[in-house]
Design a protein around this ligand. Structure first.
Ligand SMILES: [Zn+2]
Length: 94
């Protein structure tokens, strides 16, 4: 399900059991809530990188294929792996 942070407007595609556990009573994402503590801790959570919002247009059947293949994974996580793998392959060839 989709959770939109009221503070940073980040959109999170989360599983309903994660939602029930960590998001139900909140309006903000974990990142925004973590900042309440005061100082930032670098070692807490592995940094994946920079978040950028993109819109991708694909044929409906491709979306359905992706939905089928990603299984339980969040769309963003699935696409991230897909992209990283694709870039890696490309890099080895050139
Ligand atoms: Zn946030």
């Amino acid at each position: 399900m989709l959770f939109i942070c009221s503070k940073c407007s980040k959109q999170l595609d989360i599983q309903s059991r994660v939602y029930e556990k960590a998001y139900k009573e909140h309006n903000t994402c974990l990142d925004c809530r973590a900042k309440h503590g005061g100082y930032r801790e670098g070692a807490g959570r592995p940094a994946i990188g920079v978040t950028k919002k993109v819109s991708i247009t694909l044929p409906d059947k491709v979306w359905k294929e992706i939905e089928g293949k990603k299984g339980d994974m969040a769309m963003s996580a699935y696409l991230r792996e897909f992209i990283l793998n694709g870039l890696e392959e490309k890099g080895e060839r050139s």
